[in-house]
Ligand binder design. Structure first.
Ligand code: IPE
Ligand code: IPE
Ligand code: MG
Length: 233
């Protein structure tokens, strides 16, 4: 079986999972951490090189304040709690998004773990997309390219590969497989540029219930696909 080099997951359905049990939405977010741990260690085991996880979108800032606050606290707690698992499994963490919106304490914890896991974290990159949106990414790339042009005093040549280098995901190959849980079949402003030829896989399983066996199914489905990139067989 071919293992995708880069798997990306839109981890959706935490709120509905909690509601089904008559609990608050945050209960679902908390339960989602177990799914992250299981899927991450599984991906490292089978030889996935990049696992990117959509954890919080730019639009998610507009949720009720207590949910946002709870999610940010959970993220901080998780960065600290999952440290040993990442280091033990040689997984390096990278956080991507409009991080200026995150609190200094969360950013400190992120930077610490990014720095620590970079040493020896050669087995797999775990990329957490935080305060991320695809349109934000494209726009910040345009802004930085324009700034470089102004600094150079001329219009600099640019092609698709060059533009990719300005995206927040620079240096990371485009996702081969994108999984979205909870039955929603939309991109929700995720990696718009990077998913041009990504294979999409949708499952009704809600994120807190998602485990390695579900990902195994997605990879098996991926293996039945024929990626043509616009060409003929
Ligand atoms: C995904 O679950 C996690 C985040 C977006 C932070 P949701 O919170 O979107 O859960 P549903 O989709 O409302 O069930
Ligand atoms: C996308 O899920 C963002 C994350 C999973 C982090 P949402 O729940 O925010 O997306 P919509 O609102 O259903 O499109
Ligand atoms: Mg959702």
């Amino acid at each position: 079986m071919e293992i995708p080099q880069h798997i990306s997951i839109i981890m959706d359905g935490n709120g509905r999972w909690a509601r089904q049990q008559g609990k608050r939405r945050l209960f679902g977010h908390n339960a989602g951490v177990e799914a992250v741990r299981d899927v991450t260690t599984y991906c490292a085991e089978i030889g996935v090189k990049y696992l990117s996880l959509f954890a919080f979108s730019e639009e998610n800032w507009d949720r009720p304040a207590d949910e946002v606050k709870g999610l940010m606290e959970l993220l901080l707690k998780t960065m600290i709690a999952e440290r040993d698992t990442l280091l033990k499994n040689h997984i390096r963490l990278q956080v991507i998004g409009n991080t200026v919106r995150l609190s200094p304490s969360l950013m400190d914890a992120i930077h610490d773990l990014e720095r620590e896991s970079a040493v020896g974290g050669d087995r797999m990159a775990m990329i957490v997309m935080l305060s991320y949106s695809g349109k934000w990414d494209i726009l910040q790339a345009v802004r930085r390219y324009t700034a470089d042009c102004l600094a150079a005093g001329k219009e600099l040549p640019i092609d698709e590969a060059g533009f990719s280098g300005y995206l927040a995901t620079a240096g990371i190959p485009d996702p081969d497989l994108l999984v979205r849980t909870s039955g929603e079949q939309r991109i929700s402003n995720y990696m718009l540029w990077q998913t041009a030829y990504t294979e999409f896989y949708y499952t009704p399983v809600l994120w807190p219930d998602f485990r390695r066996s579900d990902l195994e199914q997605a990879i098996s489905d991926f293996n039945k696909r024929q990626r043509r990139y616009g060409k003929v067989e």
